[in-house]
Design a protein around this ligand. Structure first.
Ligand SMILES: [Zn+2]
Length: 503
């Protein structure tokens, strides 16, 4: 009984290590234990020094080796992947070997979760992540209640669970010094942005700022100062992609965003749900001559080129490209596509997003036989999602030949009954793009006993992570929307950590 519980110790570590074998009793770190750095060429680096100071203090380790004391031994093995680590726990010694300092930190976090009291079980832990980029979305735009303290706290907790990437969406909560008219009462201070940068550096976490560049600019196009770039003078959220002033205003916002986050590698240009494309006379004319896809892709390309010239890799949401793929081949291949789907809860799935009509709006569809013939084969959750979000249709009649020619090959052998989860990952990759998967931990409407619908979100995150790992995407970032209390977001961080690390 006792042995059994020791053997299972790792199952409560978040994220759960890939392999752990505990074959002995518990050991005990006492005050006589020391921390030794072996084979660490950068042992004198401030980062390593700081890391060793933190862990010495946490475990109350001695600074002087004692005869009767044991030791924690850190070493780097360049043959290991950067974030991989191995811990060998024996009486008198815990040997932690990792591919990098970050891996050392991850190994110590695992050791801490196994036993903060310094009584870990003897045995071995061998661990490595399934996905390189493991991220979450701090969405100041949606989380109007989230203040800087909550954001920093979420970053710390996420890093403790080995997440390494933070997508930050600010909208009008970013302190745009050159667009002061955008500010509202919840706009962050400049020093808050510096706090985020410092925290990310301390946690070895990559920041990806998000600045919308065409749609979802409600906060801007409704203000007097931006009426000249508002699409058709009346779009609720979109600027006109053909107005040269739009490019000037948007790159002005991007400049401020980039300058506020020194050292970033990526910037997310948004680009989703641009639902007013082709309304003004000039845009209408371009759509007539070259198509809606060209209107969108030409504009996004100009922005991609702008940020690429500043040494950054652009990321854009996939939905407009998927709905209007005609000019996709013209999109700069250095652009990373971030693919969102918040309904899929298993692989294969009885339903999928067919982004083929309604002016770029995603449409969730299923074969109509799910209504009667196959009804009993649905899980309770699938049945619930179907009822709330999915349109059962005659897929053969509903999906055009053009659509099927393009995407049909990616739907898997069971189509039309079931569709491979996140089917467009390979489509985008075959087109030469890198992909980031985007499930959600708070999004799209329904609830679960009045709480956010974790019943759907957790398998949505799991399914996305598994597909991203198999397909070899850059990684996965879980999105979060809506103005819930910020604490409601933390279960999503845990689920993202668990599944993007890969159990
Ligand atoms: Zn226009």
């Amino acid at each position: 009984m006792i042995t059994g519980s020791i053997a299972d110790r790792h199952k409560r570590v978040m994220p759960m290590p890939k392999k752990a074998v505990f074959d002995g009793g518990l050991i005990s770190l006492t005050r006589n234990w020391t921390l030794k750095l072996d084979n660490l060429s950068d042992a004198n680096e401030p980062k390593v020094q700081e890391l060793s100071r933190v862990w010495k203090e946490k475990y109350r380790l001695s600074s002087e080796p004692a005869n009767d004391g044991g030791r924690i031994l850190w070493s780097i093995d360049s043959k290991l992947e950067k974030e991989a680590y191995t811990i060998r726990i024996r009486e008198g010694q815990i040997a932690l070997t990792a591919g990098s300092i970050r891996g050392i930190q991850y190994g110590m976090q695992t050791l801490w979760q196994l036993s903060p009291d310094g009584k870990p079980p003897q045995g071995i832990v061998e661990d490595r992540p399934s996905l390189g980029m493991r991220g979450f979305h701090i969405n100041f735009d949606s989380y109007r209640q989230m203040d800087i303290g909550e954001a920093l706290y979420a970053m710390e907790k996420a890093a403790e669970m080995k997440l390494n990437t933070l997508l930050i969406e600010y909208s009008n909560r970013f302190p745009f010094a050159k667009n002061k008219d955008l500010a509202v009462n919840t706009t962050l201070k400049e020093e808050d942005i510096q706090k985020i940068n410092r925290k990310a550096k301390e946690l070895d976490m990559e920041i990806i700022p998000l600045q919308q560049t065409i749609g979802h600019l409600e906060y801007m196009v409704t203000l007097d100062g931006y009426q000249s770039i508002r699409e058709n003078g009346d779009s609720p959220a979109q600027i006109c992609p053909l107005n040269p002033e739009s490019f000037r205003v948007v790159t002005g916002l991007l400049d401020q965003m980039i300058e506020a986050h020194p050292g970033i590698r990526y910037i997310h240009l948004g680009g989703d749900e641009a639902r007013s494309l082709g309304r003004c006379p000039a845009c209408k004319e371009k759509v007539k001559n070259l198509g809606i896809s060209r209107l969108y892709v030409d504009y996004m390309n100009s922005l991609c080129e702008y940020v690429l010239s500043r040494g950054l890799t652009p990321i854009i949401w996939d939905d407009m490209l998927c709905a209007h793929p005609e000019a996709l081949d013209m999109l700069d291949k250095r652009t990373v596509i971030m693919y969102w789907d918040y309904w899929t809860v298993g692989n294969p799935s009885p339903y999928f997003i067919a982004r083929y009509d309604r002016n770029g709006k995603p449409v969730q569809v299923a074969d109509e036989r799910w209504k009667d013939l196959w009804k009993d084969e649905l899980s309770d959750l699938e049945a619930s999602v179907m009822k709330t979000f999915i349109r059962p249709v005659n897929l053969k009649e509903s999906l055009s030949k053009k659509f099927m020619d393009l995407y049909g090959g990616y739907f898997g052998d069971e189509f039309p009954k079931r569709v491979k989860a996140y089917p467009y990952i390979e489509f985008y990759m075959d087109k030469g793009f890198q992909v980031i998967g985007a499930p959600t931990c708070l999004g799209n409407g329904d609830d679960f006993h009045t709480l956010p619908n974790y019943w759907r979100f957790i398998p949505n995150i799991k399914t996305a992570a598994e597909r991203c790992a198999v397909a070899g995407t850059l990684g996965m970032i879980t999105t979060a929307w809506y103005n819930y209390h910020p604490l409601m977001f933390h279960l999503g961080i845990g689920a993202t950590a668990q599944f993007s690390w890969g159990v």
